[in-house]
Design a protein. Structure first.
Length: 295
C-alpha cells in the first residue's frame, strides 16, 4: 500500500481544475508531515507527499491511499505512471467534489441558508446581528468571513466573487463555541462505520490540535445527544454512504445553546489521526496531540 499525504486537498476541490497549483506553504507542509499517514496505516509500505513520491518510487503498481481524492492528485499520479486500476474514475472525483459543497449539509443545518444576493445576507444579519459567511468549497480556515452589524464593501465584493464562482455563499449565525468536536466515520459498501469522537481546538476556522480523551469523556463534555447522533448517522447512511467510500468526519460546534453541525469532510481528518493515535498510545491519554508531532 502506498499512502499519500495531500493536505492541499480542500484547496484543490475548491479550485476544481486538474491543473491547479497549490500554494508552496501547503506543499511544504505535505513534505514535512507525510509520515502522519503511518499513524492511519501502520502497515503501509510507503508514506509520501506527492513531491516525495515523484523522487522516491519507480514502481507505481501498488494500491494508492491518499489523504483525499481530487482531480489534481489523479492527474499527478497518472503522469507518474500509476496504473488505472488504483485511480478513481472522473465521475467518482466529481461526486466527491459535489458532496463536499456546503449546500449538501443544509438539511442538517436549519439555521443556515444558501444566499445568492446581498439582501439575503442582510436579512440574516438583521436576525442574528453577527454571522459567518462561508464559501461552499474552502479549507484550512480560508473562505470564511465574520460579519457583525453590516456588510463592508470588502464583504460584498468577496460575496459577489464567491457566488459567481461557486453558486452561493452559506450564511449562518455566529455562535459562542465552547468546544469543537467531530464524529469520525468510514463509509464502505454503502454502510457507515463509527470510528470515534474527536475533541479539538481551532482558531478562526484553522485547526490547532486535538485532546486525546476517551470517547465517553468527549461525549460527556460536549453533551451531544444520542438522538442527534442517530439523526446524523441516518442522514449519512442515506445520502453519503451510497455515493462515497472512504473516511469522513463531521465537525460539530458545542455552544451554550446546544450542538450544531458545522461541516463534513470527505477525506481523512486530523481527528481520525488522533483517534488512531490514542488507540496506539493509550499511555498518552489526556495529553494534547499537535500536527508538529508528525515530524
Amino acid at each position: 500500500m502506498l499512502c499519500i499525504f495531500n493536505p492541499e486537498h480542500d484547496l484543490c476541490l475548491a479550485n476544481g481544475s486538474s491543473n491547479y497549483m497549490a500554494p508552496a506553504s501547503a506543499l511544504l507542509f505535505a513534505d514535512s508531515c507525510a509520515k502522519i499517514m503511518q499513524i492511519l496505516y501502520p502497515a503501509a509500505d510507503y508514506c509520501f507527499s506527492i513531491r516525495q513520491l515523484a523522487d522516491s518510487i519507480n514502481d507505481m503498481s501498488a494500491p494508492i491511499v491518499p489523504w483525499g481524492w481530487n482531480a489534481v492528485l489523479k492527474s499527478q499520479l497518472k503522469k507518474l505512471g500509476v496504473v488505472p486500476q488504483w485511480l478513481p474514475s472522473d465521475d467518482t472525483i466529481n461526486t466527491i467534489r459535489q458532496l463536499q459543497h456546503r449546500t449538501t449539509l443544509l438539511p442538517l443545518q436549519p439555521q443556515s441558508r444558501a444566499a445568492k444576493e446581498q439582501k439575503e445576507v442582510e436579512e440574516m444579519i438583521a436576525q442574528h446581528h453577527a454571522v459567518v459567511l462561508k464559501a461552499p468549497w474552502s479549507g484550512s480556515g480560508r473562505g470564511l468571513r465574520w460579519v457583525t452589524g453590516a456588510m463592508s464593501p470588502h464583504d460584498i465584493s468577496w460575496m459577489e466573487k464567491v457566488v459567481r464562482n461557486q453558486g452561493c455563499v452559506i450564511v449562518e449565525p455566529r455562535r459562542q463555541v465552547l468546544h469543537d468536536f467531530a464524529l469520525e466515520y468510514t463509509a464502505q459498501g454503502g454502510e457507515l462505520y463509527f470510528e470515534g469522537y474527536s475533541l479539538f481546538e481551532s482558531a478562526n476556522g484553522v485547526y490547532q490540535h486535538n485532546l486525546l480523551l476517551p470517547d465517553e469523556e468527549i461525549a460527556a463534555r460536549v453533551g451531544f445527544a444520542k438522538q442527534q447522533q442517530e439523526v446524523l448517522e441516518s442522514w449519512l447512511t442515506e445520502q453519503i454512504a451510497p455515493q462515497y467510500e472512504g473516511p469522513l468526519g463531521v465537525d460539530v460546534l458545542h455552544t451554550d445553546q446546544g450542538c450544531f453541525i458545522s461541516e463534513i469532510n470527505l477525506r481523512h481528518t486530523m481527528g481520525l489521526v488522533a483517534c488512531r493515535y490514542r488507540q496506539q498510545h493509550p499511555e498518552e491519554m489526556g495529553q494534547t496531540w499537535r500536527m508538529m508531532n508528525c515530524d
